[in-house]
Design a protein around this ligand. Structure first.
Ligand code: SF4
Ligand code: SF4
Length: 434
C-alpha cells in the first residue's frame, strides 16, 4: 500500500513545521553519502541507525505506515549532531525533520515514569544554576560509589569536572579596552556558569581587549536549547520565552550589535528559535533575536581586532570541532583563525573531525554506553595530535573529552577557545600547561 505525508494532517499536529519536515523527506535521494559521517552508523553498523534509515523511518511514521514505538529504537540514539547535514550533497535539512519529529514523538510515546522523572530532573537541573550547584555538591559526595551504580546514575558522576572552578560569574556592563568597535550582549547561560565560570571570565577578557563593550544581563538564564535538542519543545519554549522578554525588541536587542554565546549548543538552539516558535505569536521576535545571535568566535574573527600577544613558549593546540558549531552553525574557520593568529600556536587537525564526541546535550546522560564509546574514540583521536592543549567551543564537549582523557590517564588540559586566547592576553590566565 502506498503512503504519502498528509500535509494538512501533519499541520494540525506540528503546525508550521510541517512543510520543512516534508521538504527534508522529499529532498533525500537515498545516495548514502551521509552514512560514513554518522557516528551511530559507524558504531552500530545498521542502516536504520543511519541518517538515511532514520529519514525513511520518520517518513513511514508520518505517513501512518509504521507505529511510532517501532521507530523510536533507532531515532532515540540519534545524537542530533548534524554531521549528516554537512555531508549531504542534496541539502537535506535533517534537523528540520528531526526536531519537530522529536516533539511529536514526546507527545505520542509512553515513557516509563522513572525515565520521565530522570529526564525532567536532568533538564531542570542543568537549566538552573542554583539547582546544579546543589546537585554538584551531592555528586562529589556520591562520586566514589559510581562503579557500583547503574550506568544512568554513574554517567553524570563520571562527567564531574576534575576540580571545582571557583571563578565568579560576572554580570553588568564591561567597557571596551581602547577604542570601542562594537557593543554586544554575552549570554551567561546555565550549566556552563556553574561547571566552568572561568570560560565566561575569559570570554569577557578577550572581547573587551578586542574593543567590544560587553553586556551580561543578570535576568537571563537558560536559553532552552538543551531541552529543544532533547525533544522537549514545551520546556524549551518556556525558557526561550523568558529570554525573549529580556532581550526582545523592547529589551536589549535594539541596543546591541550582536547577541553572543560561547556555548555552541546554545548558539545553534538560539538560531533555531524560528523553528521552535514557528506559527506562534512569538515567532517574529524569536526570528529577530535569532538573526543577531553569533558564536563568539564568529563575531571576534569578523571584527579583525589585533591578535593577542605571542605565547612565550610554543603551544601545540589540537582543535576539536563541536558539532553544534561545525555542523549546525557551519563555523569551522573562525576559531581556527583566532587561534592560529597567536604567535607560538601550532594548530593541529585531529582525524575524524566530523565525528561527535558523544556529549550532545543530555545524550551522554540518556545513552551512556554509546556516548562512552564515542567519547573514548574522540579522546584517542585527539591525543594522536600530541597536544599541549585541546581547544573547543562548547562546554558539553569540554566536559565529555576531559572525562575520557581521564579514563585514558591523560592530563592534557581541555580548554575553551576563549581561554586559550585569554591566556595569550595574560590577565591572570596562565598558558595552558600539563
Ligand atoms: S540525507 Fe543526503 S546524503 Fe544522506 S542519503 Fe539522503 S540525500 Fe544522501
Ligand atoms: S544527526 Fe548525527 S547521529 Fe543523527 S543521523 Fe545525523 S549524523 Fe547520525
Amino acid at each position: 500500500m502506498q503512503h504519502a505525508i498528509e500535509l494538512d494532517a501533519l499541520r494540525t499536529e506540528v503546525g508550521a513545521a510541517a512543510e520543512p519536515m516534508a521538504n527534508a523527506v522529499s529532498a533525500c535521494v537515498h545516495c548514502g553519502f551521509c552514512l560514513p559521517a554518522c557516528p551511530t552508523y559507524i558504531e552500530l553498523g545498521e542502516e536504520m541507525d543511519s541518517p538515511r534509515g532514520r529519514i525513511v523511518l520518520m517518513k513511514e511514521v508520518l505517513e501512518g505506515g509504521l507505529a511510532l514505538e517501532e521507530a523510536l529504537g533507532h531515532i532515540d540514539p540519534c545524537l542530533g549532531c548534524m554531521s549528516c547535514v554537512t555531508a549531504c550533497p542534496s541539502g537535506v535539512e535533517y534537523g528540520e525533520l528531526l526536531m519537530p519529529f522529536r516533539e511529536l514523538a514526546e507527545g505520542g510515546r509512553s515513557r516509563w515514569w522513572l525515565d520521565r522523572f530522570w529526564r525532567g530532573l536532568m533538564l531542570d537541573t542543568l537549566a538552573s544554576p542554583r539547582r546544579l550547584r546543589r546537585m554538584l555538591r551531592f555528586g562529589r559526595l556520591a562520586a566514589p560509589f559510581r562503579k557500583v551504580l547503574p550506568a544512568r546514575l554513574a554517567a553524570p558522576l563520571s562527567l564531574l569536572p576534575r576540580s571545582a572552578d571557583r571563578a565568579e560569574i560576572a554580570f553588568g556592563t564591561f567597557p571596551a579596552v581602547g577604542e570601542r568597535r562594537a557593543r554586544a550582549v554575552l549570554l551567561a547561560g546555565c550549566a556552563q556558569q556553574v561547571l566552568a565560570p572561568r570560560i565566561h571570565r575569559a570570554t569577557i577578557e578577550v572581547l573587551t581587549r578586542s574593543g567590544v563593550e560587553v553586556v551580561v544581563p543578570e535576568e537571563e538564564s537558560c536559553c532552552g536549547s538543551l531541552a529543544f535538542h532533547a525533544g522537549d519543545a514545551p520546556r524549551a519554549r518556556a525558557a526561550a520565552g523568558a529570554l525573549l522578554r529580556v532581550l526582545g525588541p523592547t529589551g536589549l536587542l535594539p541596543e546591541v550589535d550582536a547577541v553572543l554565546t560561547n556555548a555552541a549548543g546554545c548558539g545553534s538552539g538560539l538560531k533555531e528559535y524560528g523553528l521552535l516558535f514557528a506559527g506562534r505569536p512569538e515567532e517574529e521576535t524569536a526570528r529577530a533575536l535569532a538573526a543577531k545571535v553569533r558564536d563568539v568566535s564568529t563575531f571576534l574573527a569578523a571584527l579583525e581586532a589585533p591578535a593577542p600577544p605571542p605565547f612565550a613558549q610554543p603551544l601545540r593546540v589540537v582543535y576539536h570541532d563541536a558539532c553544534h558549531l561545525a555542523h549546525a552553525q557551519r563555523e569551522r574557520t573562525a576559531p581556527r583563525r583566532l587561534l592560529a593568529q597567536v604567535q607560538g600556536v601550532t594548530l593541529v587537525e585531529p582525524r575524524d573531525w566530523q565525528i561527535c564526541c558523544g556529549s550532545a546535550g543530555i545524550y551522554n546522560l540518556e545513552e551512556p554506553e554509546l556516548a562512552a564509546r564515542l567519547g573514548r574514540r574522540k579522546a584517542e583521536a585527539l591525543l594522536e595530535g600530541e597536544p599541549d592543549v585541546i581547544a573547543s567551543g562548547n562546554i558539553g564537549c569540554l566536559t565529555q573529552i576531559e572525562s575520557h582523557l581521564r579514563r585514558l590517564d591523560s592530563s592534557v588540559p581541555v580548554r575553551h577557545t576563549m581561554e586559550v586566547l585569554a591566556s595569550a592576553h595574560g590577565a591572570g590566565y596562565p598558558a595552558p600547561a600539563r
